[in-house]
Write a protein that binds this ligand. Structure first.
Ligand code: ADP
Length: 202
């Protein structure tokens, strides 16, 4: 590939010469590189370097990875629990965002660290303020689904400047109510990033 990139268009014969190999020895390698789309062969002209742009490779890869294969377990709290309970749950579960639910795990809101800090520095007693008063409420919650790809989900975190998306599925035909079935967070993205980084044949 280096030879073709430097000297292309170049014939198979000439590449073989540079490598001190016969044309026949080289043929299967050239066939593989052509089929994989790295080189292009034009009759009577020779081989051209096409290559894959790194961004295309990573973009394609991310769009094939689905939220359902990377999501974390949901961490939820009932709407009537207190801000104090929410803070304790965050410490116990070691998360920065909680999904707030009503009966049967139906999503009603999301509460983040700063939402709770706001109450904590205010005049009210965190044990007496229901978490429902501190949270961001439906329908203003940005969510993802198991079938969405991780690129689209990550883009939502950036576009809306948030740390976490509840992974949901609709429970009614009109899709007005959603059950929380997971969590997709900045940590999830970091894990995907490390996995991609360790895969050296990407
Ligand atoms: P923090 O500000 O605590 O670091 P976020 O950046 O995630 O955490 O939250 C910023 C604000 O956005 C908070 O008010 C929070 O309630 C809200 N928020 C967090 N996640 C979502 C979401 N998925 N959809 C809508 N609003 C959200």
């Amino acid at each position: 590939m280096e030879i073709v990139r430097r000297e292309g268009p170049i014939t198979g014969e000439q590449i073989a010469e540079r490598l001190h190999l016969t044309r026949a020895t080289l043929r299967p390698d050239l066939a593989i590189l052509t089929m994989a789309g790295y080189l292009e062969a034009r009759p009577r002209v020779g081989y051209f370097y096409v290559g894959h742009k790194m961004g295309e490779v990573i973009g394609d890869r991310l769009r094939k990875m689905l939220v359902k294969d990377y999501k974390a377990v949901p961490v939820v709290i009932g709407e009537s629990m207190s801000v104090y309970d929410a803070i304790v749950t965050m410490f116990l579960e070691d998360v920065g965002t909680l999904a707030v639910v009503k009966d049967q795990g139906i999503l009603v809101g999301v509460v983040s660290r700063k939402d709770l800090l706001k109450v904590a520095i205010g005049a009210q007693n965190p044990r007496e303020v229901p978490v429902g008063l501190a949270m961001t409420r439906m329908p203003n919650i940005i969510t993802t689904t198991p079938e969405e790809n991780v690129y689209e989900a990550a883009k939502k975190l950036i576009d809306y400047q948030i740390d976490s998306l509840p992974v949901v599925r609709p429970v009614d035909p009109g899709a007005k109510q959603f059950e929380v079935i997971g969590r997709f967070t900045k940590t999830t993205i970091t894990r995907i990033f490390v996995e991609l980084g360790s895969n050296r044949d990407l």
